[in-house]
Ligand binder design. Structure first.
Ligand code: FES
Length: 142
């Protein structure tokens, strides 16, 4: 089985076994955070990258009810983050975030953790958002 088929199958399996303890570490490896938009900004505590885990997380999924897609917030280095809109630039499916890349379940496009296309059919990079940080928080400017 090639990598693309495996990823599609794994993504489907994650959806199919909701409520059953998962055997696929990829399903549970992405930490999710609910946030609220205030003044066109989403604020995420830096603790979301470290709490409850032995090593810092590479990515946190930020969901806000009024937004059509979640945002994948990647930690590129100690205090360097990037926020990616999880809408595939090919035909608008929601991409799946993994620790170091994102993959689209619809036609297999892949993006690196900076949102750059690494495999088509998508030809355009994922949308990014301006980020600012302070001592405690990461602020995503919508
Ligand atoms: S919609 Fe994502 S690859 Fe086609």
């Amino acid at each position: 089985m090639d990598r693309k088929k495996f990823l599609k199958l794994a993504g489907s399996s994650c959806l199919a076994i909701t409520g059953i303890p998962t055997l696929l570490t990829g399903c549970s490896s992405v930490h999710r955070v609910n946030a609220i938009v205030r003044e066109n900004r989403l604020t995420v505590s830096k603790l979301e990258f470290i709490e409850g885990t032995e090593k810092p997380r590479d990515v946190v999924l930020v969901r806000e009810m009024s937004l059509a897609f979640p945002i994948a917030l990647y930690r590129l280095s100690t205090d360097d983050y990037i926020a990616l809109w999880m809408e595939c630039t090919h035909q608008g499916c929601e991409v799946n975030a993994q620790p170091h890349y994102l993959v689209c379940p619809c036609h297999g496009s892949e993006f690196d953790s900076k949102g750059n296309v690494v495999q088509g059919p998508a030809e355009t990079n994922l949308k990014t958002f301006k980020i600012s940080t302070d001592h405690e928080n990461i602020v995503i400017h919508l």
